[in-house]
Design a protein around this ligand. Structure first.
Ligand SMILES: Cc1cc2nc3c(=O)[nH]c(=O)nc-3n(C[C@H](O)[C@H](O)[C@H](O)COP(=O)(O)OP(=O)(O)OC[C@H]3O[C@@H](n4cnc5c(N)ncnc54)[C@H](O)[C@@H]3O)c2cc1C
Length: 358
């Protein structure tokens, strides 16, 4: 797509975008198909992205991050997602769903202990809200955490945790007071090696196959009381605020996928000939913030679905073949309409906001 931002980028913004583009083209694009096929987690490239500061772009340097702003984050993420949406979602969860929440709601000790290793790229973070019977309606979660002396004891089953099989630290949401439904949810910081935290089966997926997704099972998993994020009962508010930031990441992911599909198709439509002319010449080929986050995610994800669908079509049989990345773009685009709030939930958030409802 034309390189014309709606407003001028600073030299610093251009530098991070160019560094991400260069890295994505040289190191990620060549391996994306192979990791999509095997479903293997791309440890090496994720580690290198950590070294470049991409795993905690907005986190201040004193906590291991790159100390940049949200624009820098989305510019870098867009470039990574153009090469591979799996690398993109691992980066987005680290930045938005994990680090951002702890920076916003954590104590100084929690920031130092739980953000620094993740933002500096030495470890991987994950966010665990969803349960097998509780997705869009998080208030119905069944997992329970009870206070015992200086600890909390966590029990329950979580599902669909991005980076679940490999993460070193988790932000986990559990009920501490089931009678209060969503106002009884609390958030905990849980190291991945805590006894009683068991990683369940890895999900076989349609797209973003190189990002590992799994269940988490908690069996009398004991964490110190100081690992409670904020206060008891504040978890639902935290979960939703964190998702507002996450949705900007997923909107960016959708944009990156759509751009990659568009660029491939534009080139193909000029090169590929049928009936003595290039196919491109045939007709038909040629927070209050919550509101904006939902609008961005809804628009970008539906655009990504439309563009990747058309891109496969423009490539004809080759669009359906694994020899080109078009079929992967198409599969990867679908998830952007589902996670961090389905399109129906985004429409609900937008219409409620427009109607002045809570
Ligand atoms: C690959 C992948 C990675 C994920 N990563 C994470 C993660 O890291 N952490 C995490 O916590 N979760 C994660 N999720 C879970 C994801 O956020 C949920 O799948 C999503 O929120 C939808 O929940 P659900 O699957 O239970 O569907 P449901 O909530 O059961 O929805 C099913 C259908 O009903 C519709 N629906 C539900 N409620 C309404 C309503 N009020 N109005 C209109 N329609 C409605 C939905 O839009 C959808 O079409 C991931 C999911 C996937 C597939």
């Amino acid at each position: 797509m034309p390189d014309l931002p709606a407003f001028p980028l600073s030299e610093e913004h251009k530098m991070i975008r160019d560094a991400a583009r260069d890295f994505a083209e040289k190191e990620i694009a060549p391996i994306a198909a192979e990791f999509d096929e095997s479903g293997e987690f791309p440890h090496n490239t994720i580690k290198k992205m950590g070294g470049m500061g991409f795993m905690g772009i907005e986190i201040p340097e004193q906590y291991g991050g790159a100390g940049m702003d949200s624009l820098a984050y989305v510019l870098a993420l867009e470039e990574i997602c153009k090469a591979d949406a799996s690398h993109g979602v691992i980066m987005s969860v680290n930045n938005s769903l994990y680090c951002h929440g702890i920076m916003k709601f954590g104590t100084e000790e929690q920031k130092q202990k739980f953000v620094t290793p993740i933002a500096s790229g030495q470890a991987i973070g994950a966010y665990s809200l969803t349960e097998p019977q509780s997705g869009s309606d998080a208030g119905t979660m069944q997992s329970r955490a009870r206070r015992e002396g200086d600890s909390y004891v966590l029990n329950g089953r979580k599902s669909w945790v991005t980076s679940g099989p490999v993460a070193d630290y988790f932000v986990v949401f559990m009920m501490t007071d089931p009678d209060r439904r969503q106002n009884g949810i609390s958030a905990f910081l849980v190291p991945g090696n805590t006894p009683g935290l068991i990683r369940g089966k890895k999900e076989p997926k349609l797209g973003i196959r190189a990002s590992a997704t799994s269940e988490l099972i908690f069996e009398n998993c004991r964490v110190p009381a100081e690992n409670l994020l904020g206060k008891e009962g504040e978890g639902f508010k935290f979960a939703m605020t964190i998702l507002d930031a996450g949705r900007i990441g997923i909107a960016t992911q959708a944009l990156g996928i759509a751009e990659a599909a568009y660029e491939a198709s534009r080139q193909y439509a000029v090169q590929r000939e049928a009936f003595g002319q290039p196919i491109g010449q045939f007709q038909g080929t040629g927070f209050k913030y919550s509101l904006e986050a939902s609008m961005a995610k809804l628009f970008a994800s539906e655009t990504a679905m439309y563009v990747t669908h058309q891109a496969v079509q423009i490539h004809g049989g080759m669009g359906y073949s694994k020899e080109l990345p078009l079929e992967r773009y198409f599969r990867d685009a679908k998830i952007t309409e589902i996670y961090e709030g389905t399109s129906e939930i985004q429409r609900l958030v937008i219409s409620r906001s427009e109607l002045g409802l809570k």
